[in-house]
Write a new protein. Structure first.
Length: 337
């Protein structure tokens, strides 16, 4: 179904046709006399491990693929130091790294995206409160300059207009997620500087940098209440009860992308990562109809832009056309560390 718009709306999504029309108008400006699209909008999403691309912003990626945007996911590590979190999976003697690559290939096919491995070793997740050292040579243990250059090369090759990754907390405090933030924020700037990493290709300046804000408190509360009202199970009750004094992050959301037409694609992509996700588990307990009605968007924070943004936004490409010039950095969230 990817690349083909559904005949009708799903679960109350109302803006699909409107957003598609906006994007088609932008792309039509790039059509030459022979009818070919000279340029296309491009989005790159940078993640720590295989499965992260499917649990954070995947419906947005699928929506943009269907609208004709070129979408590429970059995965920094192979996830080989993770655990098998689904008791129903038997590796059959195979290495976890091999299985996770196969799972990633299935998710890529479901989402309709292109994909690039950066190839760094997984750093593992030390027990909280321990002084365990990161494995030597792992992604989070290597010097920042070493791990930035391959991402700079990937950006310069793909030339994305929009770059999406995690905030400074990594979404959650896994060392690879935090390092993914550091690498992406640095590469956003370094890729635009021809004096940095000259062997990585001609400079390219992405116009916007976004942080995924999937797990902010207001979204979880609304989905939890919707699930309970519908008489079902909620994966968020215990999480909300133990929130404590952690930042709620709802105030960080600048951009809400309505993409509930593609929630089913997100679920299928996530289920492709069978070693990490139990398809009968609680994360799929909220029916798509309930989820779509209660919270039809995926949410992001605009962290930096080489153009003046118009906040709040309804899409990541707001204000961008395929030929928008990349000027100097003109806007940055005051919260960035």
């Amino acid at each position: 179904m990817l690349g083909v718009w559904p005949s009708g709306t799903v679960h109350g999504c109302e803006t699909t046709v409107r957003l598609r029309t906006v994007l088609q108008v932008r792309l039509s400006d790039e059509v030459d006399e022979g009818g070919a699209v000279a340029q296309q909008l491009r989005l790159m999403s940078v993640h720590a491990h295989p499965d992260d691309e499917s649990s954070k912003g995947a419906a947005t990626l699928a929506k943009y693929v269907a609208e004709g945007v070129e979408v590429r996911v970059v995965t920094c590590t192979g996830g080989e130091r993770g655990d098998v979190l689904n008791d129903a999976v038997d590796l059959g003697g195979r290495e976890l790294a091999t299985v996770r690559r196969e799972e990633m290939a299935r998710a890529v096919s479901i989402l309709g995206i292109s994909h690039r491995w950066l190839g760094f070793p997984d750093s593992g997740f030390p027990e909280p409160g321990t002084d365990a050292e990161l494995p030597e040579g792992s992604f989070a243990a290597l010097p920042l300059e070493v791990v930035v250059e391959p991402l700079v090369a990937a950006i310069r090759e793909f030339r994305p207009h929009v770059l999406v990754t995690y905030d400074e907390e990594g979404g959650y405090p896994h060392p690879d997620h935090i390092r993914t933030h550091e690498v992406s924020a640095e590469a956003f700037e370094a890729a635009a500087d021809p004096d940095r990493f000259p062997a990585a290709g001609p400079a390219w300046a992405p116009l916007k940098l976004y942080y995924d804000v999937t797990f902010h408190k207001d979204r979880m509360r609304v989905l939890h209440e919707a699930a309970v009202t519908a008489g079902g199970d909620s994966p968020f009750g215990e999480w909300l009860a133990n929130w404590g004094d952690r930042p709620e992050k709802t105030d960080r959301v600048t951009t809400r992308v309505e993409c509930c037409d593609f929630f089913h694609v997100r679920e299928e992509a996530l289920k492709a990562h069978a070693t990490q996700v139990d398809p009968t588990g609680r994360w799929f307990a909220i029916p798509l109809a309930v989820h779509s009605e209660a919270w039809p968007t995926e949410d992001f924070e605009l962290a930096a832009a080489r153009m003046e943004p118009r906040i709040p936004e309804a899409e990541l490409f707001d204000g961008i056309t395929a030929d928008t010039p990349a000027g100097q950095l003109r806007w940055r969230t005051k919260r960035r560390t």
